[in-house]
Design a protein around this ligand. Sequence first.
Ligand SMILES: Cc1cc2nc3c(=O)[nH]c(=O)nc-3n(C[C@H](O)[C@H](O)[C@H](O)COP(=O)(O)OP(=O)(O)OC[C@H]3O[C@@H](n4cnc5c(N)ncnc54)[C@H](O)[C@@H]3O)c2cc1C
Length: 433
Amino acid sequence: MKPWTQNGSAHLTGNERDPVIIIGAGASGMMAACAAAGEGARVLVLEKNEKPGKKIYITGKGRCNFTNLCDTEDFFTNVPRNASFLYSSVYSFDAHAARDWFEAHGVRTKEERGQRAFPISDHASDITRCLVQEMKRLGAELWLNTEVKELLFSSAQHGEVLGVRLADGRKLKTRCVIVATGGLSYPSTGSTGDGYRFARSAGHQVSRLSPSLVPFNAAEEDVMQMQGLSLKNVTFTVEGKKRHLFQELGELMFTHFGVTGPLILKASALVQDEIAKGPLRAWIDLKPALTVQKLDARILREFEGSQNRSVRNAIRGLYPSKMVPVILKRSGIDPDLPVHEMTASARKQLIGHTKQFALTLTSLRGFHEAVITRGGVDVRQIDPGTMESKLVKGLYFTGEVLDVDAFTGGFNLQVAWSTGRAAGEAGGREYGL
Ligand SMILES: Cc1cc2nc3c(=O)[nH]c(=O)nc-3n(C[C@H](O)[C@H](O)[C@H](O)COP(=O)(O)OP(=O)(O)OC[C@H]3O[C@@H](n4cnc5c(N)ncnc54)[C@H](O)[C@@H]3O)c2cc1C
């Protein structure tokens, strides 16, 4: 894929109409560019990286789970923060519309488990290439290696946009800026939080920023012995003061620092405020399909006919091998104990640790491992239909820079498509002609 303008060499001249300027050639910025150019606006996208869509390349493990094809009502149940802000933009351009859009622009798509949509090629680059080609077809300009340092406006709050200042000192004039700079997660992809600074300079509130959809650190040292072990069909519960903060069945994995995997990432989005105050108690039910009685019967069955075998060998069929020494130690059982010497109370201990394998979650991992950023530009100061600032005319915010976040499964990219499109259409129509 060859970008058609490398670094702003094609200067804007004074006698052309002012472009709609979009900061960031990520998911939402490129969708906004297509929408604004589709409205007939002159569009200029400024991207500080050497190529567009760097984060898109790593989404869905390189396959890009670009949306989720659930009912639009269900979509909002996957947005734990500020879902109602998204009603207008998502209903205007929902997951099905997004898939149709990519199909219409040459990306063949497929649906997988959990209604997750991917390009049929399993290549995230198809999504980026499609967006770049459509921007080009519509005549939008893309300047790479071009970092925006500052927004220029007549005055913060109740002012209007006048332009942007680039890192090399150049100033570009415009009446419309769409900030699509992403959040703080995976900063190597270019999302280094510049948009929050721009928002503050315009008088916007930015809510507390924290990593989300992120692994947990755990206090227990034996977790390290199980590094790399993945558990499917287990229940993960995070305890709260009065009720469980999280309880769900799914898949998780042990790491050298704690736990990760789909269940864990989802839990991280829901316990942010609580873990900020201190460690949380959690447990894994390793056999959620079995009651205590059934599990006891199952263990006794494993023991039948192997009375002289060590417990370690006798329970091999019940636990993954990396877990056997850990769970026996936690249960206070000598792994070499012959089965016939195992007491009922020892069995009770084993069952207890199987149904409630305890973990102390000490903290979340950092932004460099987080799928998204929680927090951002306060949506109460943004028009939900257009994404325009209620404080500064001609200033728009889209995608992850907003204080909206969703679970894994394609929902976050859909937020980028929907909000990007809303801003592009509105900005293009209002200021681009
Ligand atoms: C590992 C990983 C996997 C993921 N997988 C999925 C998935 O499969 N499905 C899903 O829905 N979501 C996924 N996400 C989340 C999703 O990628 C983001 O929510 C989405 O990319 C946000 O889009 P955005 O356009 O707001 O920001 P970004 O895609 O981050 O784009 C922001 C762009 O702005 C540029 N920029 C920033 N500041 C400036 C500046 N000052 N001047 C010029 N340019 C600037 C950046 O370089 C960047 O190109 C994943 C995230 C990660 C980290």
